[in-house]
Design a protein around this ligand. Sequence first.
Ligand code: MUC
Ligand code: MG
Length: 375
Amino acid sequence: MHEFAITAVETLLVDLPTIRPHRLSMTTMQGQTLVLVRLRCADGHEGLGEATTIGGLSYGAESPESIKANIDTYLAPLLVGQDARNINAAMARLDKAVKNNTFAKSAIEIALLDAQGKRLGLPLSELLGGRLRDAVPVAWTLASGDTGRDIDEGERMLAERRHNIFKLKIGANSPAADIAHVAAIKRAVGNRASVRVDVNQAWDESTALRAIPALADAGVDLVEQPISRHNFAGQVRLAMRSPLPIMADESIECVADAFQLAQAGAAPVFALKLSKNGGVSRVLKTAAIAEAAGIALYGGTMLEGAVGTLAAAHAFATLSQLTWGTELFGPLLLTEEIFQQPLRYADFQLQLPTAPGLGITLDEERLAYFARDLR
Ligand code: MUC
Ligand code: MG
């Protein structure tokens, strides 16, 4: 076999509890399942990759189990024997044989990049051309489902200087109840924090038209994905009429979606997510489209653990603008650590590692304890 060949692609499902129930408009999460990819190479290097979904299949078309099955059955056999150093060729080979499955492909590309970074002795951000910042601002999602508990949590985050941007998950309750909930939290934190909302597509256009001005009056800064990704014309109309900037999240499932939204003027802010675009190189293409169109950027999350979070942080650190910061807090939502070093969150930011690749090492014992197939 070739000196730099990929020798094995292993996938593991790792079930970890969350620190509290995480309530979104479409599901309440009690835990998170990480799909970890371990990609081994003939030169002795190993790359780590990861993908997560939200609430199994409640966010999109891929689940942790489908990601694992599709990597094991279809993607891994296409990779074994290929040159691990030519990431573009490896990903093109996958794209030729397998449609969509962007989460699975993203996890693999992250693993290839991690291995390459280790091979060359470069942090992933340097592999991507170099970082423009050593840390990224990180929002926290207040989503306990209880207003008082959310205010206490927000106060704690401010006091610890961990987060001063809060995203509130709304859309599960009536608009009136949601607006009262948001207004109470904004009143409590005042100008010490930016408050944004994520509706996760729960409203129709008429509801959004009525609710968004009230959210603006309450002091909200940004509204994420208020209506269905399928109501394209409605998104364009809303972007024109809304007193608050609208961020597209679910509407972007690939780079072509980003182009169409930009072309139509459907949202002045894009949430960037590696897994929905199909990996690091793809999400940077979406960022380039946004930049060319004057669309502001936000570093989104699918509530990944440390591997997916660091891959995103390295990618987002290379962007010339990140107007709305990031929400790369996924590891902080989990109660258990499976890596040798926790990520460094301080002064409202995630600090980027400087070690080669992603800059993280597995704790094998803890992994073996939490991995579904090894228990
Ligand atoms: C989403 O829709 O943005 C991001 C943060 C969070 O709490 O949920 C995710 C998903
Ligand atoms: Mg969202």
